[in-house]
Write a protein that binds this ligand. Structure first.
Ligand code: NAP
Length: 269
């Protein structure tokens, strides 16, 4: 299926690895120009090279721009919008994403821990939306996809910082998506990953294994058994869903929370 977005410009945050990179790869395969952002320069350069190779293979001449910046800061967002070779603020697609907050016990989280989580996982996407949606609406096309978490739908006790900050974003997006933007071609949706095989998941598995005194392989297999699909998802599967939400065909989907978890969530809705 032609997604009808070749030649658009996408800003993909947290895109040197994992789910963000999966989204950037899927968009590049659709002929979309991408600006990718992450803090660590080494992984970012490797991602940029890999995406350029995809673009060359796709042969549609799309651009790949990399910005080494912390997207959770004003300066980082300004750098993303000032990227040489990029479109300034005139992105057609914005995929918001940053690392998730650390797990822990809520009794040990002081105000600073909450502010860091809210900054990265709520206020940063809101700032990116604020900076781009009016331009998108003026041009008649826009797609915002926020990478959140299945924890918004089924909270995980040790991820209280994530449950709280991402739920705040979810409520905000639900309102803005219905504020007149859809009629001007702009949709906003949240994409909720369950368990996907990325560095972050590997880190969580290692911590769980250490705490339980079991091997990482054991924990990995036990967790996969709990998922109806019998496995973790892949960044490419996640990217394909993101690309569809960004497509011309998804203009009638807005204000939604789309769960991709291999069937792990046990509810009907
Ligand atoms: P990952 O493999 O650790 O990749 C995270 C990416 O984001 C990296 O490129 C990282 O690069 C970048 N990043 C992190 N903080 C950033 C910042 N402040 N500014 C710019 N870039 C930043 O993680 P992932 O598994 O893809 O997860 C992506 C998001 O989905 C996270 O919020 C995570 O909590 C959420 N999630 C993931 C899963 C899962 O199973 N994987 C499940 C539920 C929710 P640098 O560190 O170099 O900046």
């Amino acid at each position: 299926m032609d997604l009808g977005i070749a030649g658009k410009w996408a800003l993909v945050c947290g895109a040197s690895k994992g789910l963000g990179l999966g989204c950037a790869r899927a968009l590049v395969r659709e002929g979309v120009n991408v600006a990718i952002v992450a803090r660590g320069a080494e992984a970012l350069q490797a991602a940029e090279a890999a995406l350029r190779a995809e673009a060359a293979w796709a042969g549609s001449g799309q651009k790949v721009v990399a910005v080494a910046a912390d997207i959770a800061t004003d300066a980082g967002r300004a750098a993303a919008f000032a990227a040489p070779g990029g479109p300034g603020r005139d992105f057609d697609i914005v995929v918001t994403n940053a690392g998730g907050p650390p797990p822990g016990d809520f009794r040990s989280w002081e105000r600073d821990a909450w502010l860091r989580a809210i900054d990265a996982n709520m206020l940063t996407p809101i700032e990116l939306i604020r900076a781009t949606v009016d331009g998108m609406a003026a041009r008649g096309f826009g797609r915002i996809v926020n990478i959140t978490s299945s924890a918004v739908k089924a909270p995980i006790d040790i991820l209280g910082l994530s449950n709280g900050a991402r739920s705040g974003l979810t409520g905000f997006v639900a309102g803005v998506a219905r504020s007149g933007l859809a009629a001007r071609g702009v949709t906003l949706n949240n994409l909720l990953p369950g368990r996907f095989d990325t560095d972050r998941l590997t880190g969580t598995l290692e911590a769980t294994a250490k705490k339980a005194g079991r091997s990482v392989q054991d924990i990995r297999a036990a967790q996969q058994r709990q998922i109806p699909a019998g496995r973790f998802g892949t960044p490419d599967e996640f990217g394909a869903i993101c690309a569809f939400l960004c497509s011309a065909h998804a203009a009638y989907i807005t204000g939604q929370n789309l769960l991709a978890d291999g069937g792990a969530y046990p509810g009907t809705f």
